[in-house]
Write a protein that binds this ligand. Structure first.
Ligand code: FMN
Length: 302
């Protein structure tokens, strides 16, 4: 059996990789001696992610996930990022060196519920990848509200979010992709209110502010936020770093919750750049979650 077929047998595992709005924007082309990973334009977010920042981070995170899964299967596989339009998984001299296992990939998940109070331990901060800056959550609480108001008040962005929400378990896409009511930690009533509010968000003044107010306290506690910085041209490598960071934090029992709206909203993005003195590519809160989240949906491996 070729390495390509062996890795293909693990497709449902490496599909556990994270992606913005859970779009799972990758295409996977299995060839004789390589696997070519491309972007599915139907699964990109042109309005919320016009620069492709999150798309490229997600592609990098997907590549890193594939490498970890391949190494776990004992396969000598590397990745070639020289072509900006695709990622090639190719034979290598030895398996990818990583401290992570297939079980880490399987267990990884984003947690959007409440976290315990407390800042990250210095030992953990010292163990992180380069280019990660720590910020206290309270320092970003006001900006998060500004960013949320911008997100809900920018009709194409709010519409795109609505398109990827799966708020009704009867939705045929509920177990395939997108963000479910359960993943967002919403009750049935809250899910209905959100669906209705998003429908009128760009039409009725005041609704964006009301929606933003629902997340007002998310960062108003003594907690940690991490900012992944790096060069915009290296977003796929940054995505690989991001995935390794999330897996490492999970090893310490810590959960992550990305808050990309802080980077999407021009005003808060500028303020965050100035605060960290570098180009922020991803921002997420980190902490010990108070509840275990549900497992997110994935498209089935064909
Ligand atoms: C680049 C990137 C940006 C993301 N931005 C957000 C975000 O702004 N808010 C959020 O709640 N989740 C965000 N996520 C998390 C995804 O929604 C999540 O990975 C996806 O729903 C699958 O869930 P899982 O990671 O728990 O498997 C982001 C993920 C990636 C890779």
């Amino acid at each position: 059996m070729s390495w390509v077929s062996v890795l293909r047998d693990h497709e449902s595992l490496f599909r556990r990789a994270p992606s913005a709005h859970n779009t799972q924007p990758w295409t996977i082309d299995y060839r004789a001696d390589e696997i070519v990973i491309g972007v599915d334009p139907q699964r990109s977010l042109p309005d919320s992610d016009p620069t492709g920042r999150d798309l490229m981070l997600g592609m990098g995170a997907f590549a890193e996930t594939c490498l970890i899964v391949a190494a776990g299967a004992g396969l000598a596989v590397g990745c070639d990022l020289s072509d900006p339009r695709r990622i090639r998984l190719v034979p290598a001299e030895r398996p990818y060196e990583t401290i992570f296992h297939q079980a880490d990939v399987d267990a990884r998940r984003v947690v959007r519920g409440p976290y315990e109070e407390g800042l990250l331990d210095l030992v953990i901060l010292a163990a992180l990848e380069p280019g990660i800056v720590h910020v206290r959550s309270r320092d970003l609480a006001g900006d998060l509200e500004v960013a949320d108001r911008w997100m809900f008040g920018t009709p194409p962005v709010a519409r795109e979010l609505r398109d990827w929400l799966r708020l009704d378990p009867r939705d045929p896409r509920y177990h395939r992709d997108g963000l479910t009511d359960r993943a967002l930690g919403l009750s049935r009533v809250e899910a209905r209110v959100l669906a209705g509010a998003l429908r009128v968000s760009g039409l009725i003044p005041g609704v964006p502010a009301l929606l933003a107010a629902s997340g007002r306290d998310l960062l108003r506690y003594d907690g940690s936020v991490l900012v992944l910085t790096g060069s915009f041209d290296d977003r796929r490598e940054a995505g690989r770093r991001l995935l390794r960071t999330w897996l490492l934090l999970a090893r310490f029992g810590l959960a992550v919750h990305p808050l990309s709206q802080l980077l999407d909203c021009p005003v808060t993005a500028d303020r965050l750049s100035a605060r960290v003195g570098a180009t922020p590519l991803a921002v997420f809160r980190v902490g010990h979650p108070r509840q275990e989240p549900p497992r997110s949906a994935r498209l089935p491996a064909p």
